[in-house]
Design a protein around this ligand. Structure first.
Ligand SMILES: Cc1cc2nc3c(=O)[nH]c(=O)nc-3n(C[C@H](O)[C@H](O)[C@H](O)COP(=O)(O)OP(=O)(O)OC[C@H]3O[C@@H](n4cnc5c(N)ncnc54)[C@H](O)[C@@H]3O)c2cc1C
Length: 404
């Protein structure tokens, strides 16, 4: 049992023994990672200690089948709890896991052929290759159906041309899931698994981001990349469905990570409020400071409950692949969890900074980093506007659809 200044045990009484064990492992890895993350963030570079530390702990393929390498067979709820804990270390750390596992390995596991799974998953789950998911383009964000990257058949190869933007793990990934239309057409989008050592493949890291200083975010360019025919992922006509199923996993990861951010903001703010003296007493004794903590903890509990419920419904839906009603319900709940958790995490980071006063304005303190970093959670994996419209549509009915 953890006994920090802020204990969440009361809300976790339903954790199984397996979940406790996984969380102990994750907690130990996170403790090892923290000093490296502090340094990497302030130096503005990818924290490359994540890979060896989490590989040693066998945590780089947590929800992947044990048929593959270091896959641990964790269910979605356990994985969500693990991501919550990882989120405490920072959104940059959690974003690595989103790209490598939620959007990368889980997508391959769901849609890949046996050969593709055997080729990539054992290595990915052991951290020997790193994965990324590249859908967004300079002119295609919220509307991925407008993407411009193309593929063309040429003998035993497909030739890929185009560019992707804002790709997490972009410059460090060896294996990328990406999307393109057949050249000259605007339907029939397909997904591909591309290896980064192919000729014509190039990346460029995006610098000067608002936050996420220790996360790698990059452009990817495909310039006449010849990729083997067996790089195609999933059946014809399923490109957008594959993207969407990946994004559902990504959203769950953002929601869970946001809960972790809130946990850390609360721990940090409580500790600070107990120790900082102003007007002759600890600031935690001032009622307006208590208000921040009351709001943060209430929102955290709500976000945690919603995220775990979404993970559980998603798990049920994954086990009943032909139940479209269940899938749609899971889709909405995951969108609600991502929308709500990312919003209240940003609010919690803002309140934690406020409790810290000027010290909260320094990136030396994690609360400041949380504030800068969680802003991204309200944009990636579906912006708030897109998610809210999706959620509202469920109530209004499809005839109110504003866009397709
Ligand atoms: C740090 C970071 C990491 C990322 N990692 C990845 C990654 O790994 N892989 C990947 O593929 N992408 C990634 N992205 C990209 C991300 O998914 C997109 O930024 C997101 O989908 C929004 O697209 P956009 O930025 O082009 O904004 P736009 O789509 O141009 O939207 C701009 C604004 O217009 C609003 N808007 C757009 N359409 C509508 C509408 N129909 N109704 C109402 N409002 C609308 C949006 O909500 C938003 O407020 C990342 C982004 C960031 C910031």
């Amino acid at each position: 049992m953890t006994t920090g200044p802020y204990s969440v045990e009361h809300s976790l009484s339903t954790r199984s023994e397996v979940q406790e064990l996984v969380l102990e492992q994750v907690g130990r890895a996170c403790q090892r990672l923290r000093p490296h993350e502090d340094r990497a963030y302030l130096e503005g570079r990818f924290n490359d200690e994540i890979i060896p530390i989490f590989r040693d702990a066998h945590l780089l393929g947590l929800p992947i089948s044990s048929d593959y390498g270091d896959g641990q067979n964790s269910d979605m709820s356990t994985y969500a709890l693990a991501i919550e804990r990882i989120g405490e270390e920072g959104t940059g750390v959690r974003t690595f896991f989103s790209g490598h596992i939620s959007l990368g390995q889980l997508t391959l596991q769901k849609w890949g052929t046996r050969e593709q799974k055997e080729r990539y998953l054992p290595k990915a789950s052991r951290g020997e290759i790193i994965m990324a998911f590249a859908l967004t383009e300079p002119s295609a964000g919220s509307d991925p159906s407008s993407l411009q990257t193309t593929f063309e058949e040429n003998g035993n190869y497909y030739v890929l041309n185009g560019s992707k933007a804002w790709i997490s793990n972009g410059s460090i990934a060896d294996t990328i899931i990406t999307f393109a239309y057949p050249k000259g057409k605007h339907d029939g989008m397909r997904a591909f698994v591309v290896e980064s050592n192919v000729e014509g493949y190039r990346t460029q890291e995006i610098k000067n981001k608002l936050g996420l200083a220790s996360s790698n975010t990059s452009f990817i360019f495909f310039d006449n990349c010849r990729i083997p025919k067996d790089s195609i992922l999933g059946p014809p006509g399923k490109g957008l469905s594959i993207a969407h199923s990946a994004i559902m996993n990504g959203r769950l990861s953002v929601a869970a990570g946001s809960v972790g951010v809130m946990t850390d903001c609360i721990k940090e703010a409580v500790m600070y409020a107990k120790n900082r003296i102003q007007h002759g007493k600890a600031i935690g004794k001032h009622q307006l400071v208590q208000e921040h903590l009351g709001i943060m903890t209430t929102n955290r509990e709500a976000a945690h409950a919603l995220t775990i419920r979404a993970a559980s419904l998603k798990m049920q839906s994954d086990n009943k692949i032909h139940d479209n009603r269940l899938r749609d319900e899971a889709d909405i709940l995951v969108a609600q969890a991502k929308y709500f958790a990312s919003r209240v995490a940003y609010d919690a980071a803002d309140r934690a900074v406020q409790v810290f006063g000027a010290n909260g304005y320094s990136l030396e303190n994690r609360v400041a980093r949380h504030l800068a970093d969680t802003r991204a959670c309200r944009i990636y994996e579906g912006t708030e506007e897109i998610l809210l419209q999706k959620i509202a549509l469920k109530e209004l009915g499809n005839e109110f659809k504003a866009f397709s």
